[in-house]
Write a protein that binds this ligand. Sequence first.
Ligand code: ACO
Length: 333
Amino acid sequence: MELMNKLWESAKADKKRIVLPEGDEERTLKAAEKIHKLGLAYPVLVGNIDEIKRKAENLGVNLEGIEIIDPNTSEKLEEYVNKFYELRKNKGMTLEKSNQIVRDPLYFGTMMVKLDDADGMVSGAVHTTGDLLRPGLQIVKTAPGVSVVSSFFIMMVPNAKYGEEGMLLFSDCAVNPNPTAEQLAAIAIATADTAKNLCGIEPRVAMLSFSTMGSAGGELVEKVRKATEIAKELRADLLIDGELQLDAAIVESVAAQKAPNSKVAGKANVLIFPDLQSGNIGYKLVQRFANAEAIGPMCQGFAKPINDLSRGCSVEDIVNVVALTAVQAQSIK
Ligand code: ACO
């Protein structure tokens, strides 16, 4: 796949340190070996060192040259415990609790990212999206000027007549259950920037609804309409339009009828869903019925990249998400 090849080359050109906190998980071990071999990043496995080595040996995975860190014996543990306590003491954190929590590989890995001991983190082969996001949201937080962390999928649809020759970005399909109009606008802007900076395409952003340009009303439609206005006001440089039904967003003949004056309708390559129910269902419909490849969910908006995997992920998925995370890390100043 052309985009992924490009991203692999970018990742190799300036290698980043990416933490894999599910260090003793089978697919993660196989992926770490591959990432190291291909030179996509410096993978760092977190977990019990003996257990990781034993599993690797059983699997025939060669971990030579790959760093393994056990939170319980790490020389960084005390520093991370103190820092996590400082960061969260106004939320009721105590030093004693911090000393327990930071030993959890997910929290330890997140602290590595926070304190610049790693450039990014990828997890989720075992843990849920919420398990991974919570430490990220509590510790790494959002990038300057960004109000909300969200997610995106790069969808590769075999029928190349939609979006950018079959490539579209979908958001938010994994993080914010019910964004406000302001948050929805922020999600649209973040996804447009991701489309440009990561995928190298000129974004045409459709704010999706069950209504097209006033064909229906009510508070659900009103939210999307308001989000569109806010996003346009904040970023006049971007092509964002709404509210649009899915067909009006991607099918030129429908757009010509329903939204003839829109520069986005019929040509959208970024689809913004009004809430997590529609986003999550939407990407899975396209993935299953259209046999599309769904790369992600990738996160956007964190101060440093933290990314999730689906628990059904393959070794190849982990390798790709690590490469994408490394490329995201390259743009962090
Ligand atoms: N952006 C920025 N900060 C956020 C966000 C966000 N989207 N959401 C929460 N926060 C902050 C909060 O302000 C809070 O900060 P503070 O503790 O410093 O005050 C912190 O993160 C924790 O917030 P909570 O509200 O306590 O966290 P919550 O328990 O709501 O968890 C989470 C947040 C994990 C993102 C939750 O909304 C969630 O579970 N989302 C859905 C994930 C999911 O299940 N996705 C579907 C499956 S994925 C798939 O199918 C591909």
